[in-house]
Write a protein that binds this ligand. Structure first.
Ligand code: VAH
Length: 313
């Protein structure tokens, strides 16, 4: 039975991934780690990924066979403090890769559409293409992809990753991303039936509902290695949408929902440097990736679940 250590387990991805992993592999086989003191229903350890020895000790103590390394600063936060972002995003990644190398663990870490830049083809962005990002987050993601491939080629560590689009979830809020508007809009739709977007009308980015993202991680990690041509990291996406598309989908449930704009130049500039829509053919062909939620299905589920969570329905 697989035994998994998750870093950044309290974050937007980690919160849902840990739950799904525990459903799949058993509560005691998933060791959640993060930097905050919390009560959880399964094994939890305080681990700051900047402390490589602590990460090693916890991985050894629980005799894990897999590391899923999620702890990182997202794009907008990284632009606020680029040096700190480099230290955490790259320092943390090297520590996690070293633990995987020393203990012979399978390894997952997400990349992002943020690994692409203004010179990348914006539509049907290929799996293998130009990656010259203009953000610290993007530099971290490209360097991370190369580092993970290096650990595979040089040391034989079974590293795998996906380039996530904007992720939407009702469980945990994102923390300082450019695509966070796509989560905030649902909360405001329930609370006030109105949202002011910090991303401009007509700005298309790839998006995905968190249940699809979590399943993609598990599916990739369970795929026979002989089937993989690529490793770090696969393009995955479920939809390409702009703020007005979310509003249109929301109005099917809340007809008087209004959308207005107050564009944040920093996050708008980041968004405009990313693709409109990436091509996920390699993921589909090499490990059967398939997103189950489109914009309408995601919107219906988000509004239903948030309505209950915010006790507004
Ligand atoms: C961010 N949600 O906005 C993250 C993600 C593709 C976007 O990497 O930084």
């Amino acid at each position: 039975m697989r035994k998994i250590l998750v870093t950044g387990a309290l974050g937007q991805i980690g919160s849902e991934l840990v739950t799904k992993l525990r459903d799949n592999y058993g509560v005691d086989n998933v060791i959640a780690t993060d930097i905050k003191e919390v009560k959880t229903d399964g094994p939890y350890e305080i681990v700051n990924v900047m402390d490589g020895d602590r990460l090693f000790d916890v991985a050894k103590k629980y005799e894990v066979d897999t590391v899923m390394h999620l702890a990182a600063l997202l794009s907008a936060k990284a632009e606020e403090n680029p040096k700190r972002a480099w230290d955490i995003n790259m320092g943390g990644l090297v520590h996690a890769l070293e633990v995987a190398r020393e203990l012979d663990l399978q390894f997952f870490t997400p990349s992002s559409i943020g690994s692409f830049g203004p010179s990348t083809p914006k539509d049907l962005t290929p799996q293998d293409t130009i990656q010259r990002p203009t953000t610290m987050y993007g530099v971290n993601k490209v360097a991370g992809e190369l580092l993970c491939d290096y650990y595979f080629e040089r040391f034989g560590v079974d590293t795998r990753g996906v380039r996530f689009p904007g992720l939407i979830s009702y469980v945990a809020l994102p923390g300082g991303g450019t695509t966070d508007y796509a989560v905030d809009i649902y909360y405001e739709a329930i609370k006030t039936k109105s949202y002011t977007s910090f991303i401009a009308e007509g700005t298309y980015m790839d998006m995905m509902y968190m249940p699809d993202a979590v399943l993609a991680i598990i599916q990739l990690m369970e795929t026979d290695a002989s089937k993989l041509i690529h490793r770090n990291a696969f393009n995955v996406t479920a939809m390409s949408a702009a703020p007005e598309d979310f509003a249109k989908a929301i109005r099917k449930h809340i007809p008087d929902f209004t959308l207005q704009y107050d564009v944040d130049p920093v996050r708008q500039k980041i968004a405009e440097s990313w693709p409109n829509h990436i091509d996920a053919t390699a993921a589909k062909e090499e490990w059967g990736f398939k997103a189950e939620y489109d914009l309408d299905r995601m919107t219906a589920d988000m509004l239903e679940k948030l309505g209950k969570k915010l006790k507004m329905i």
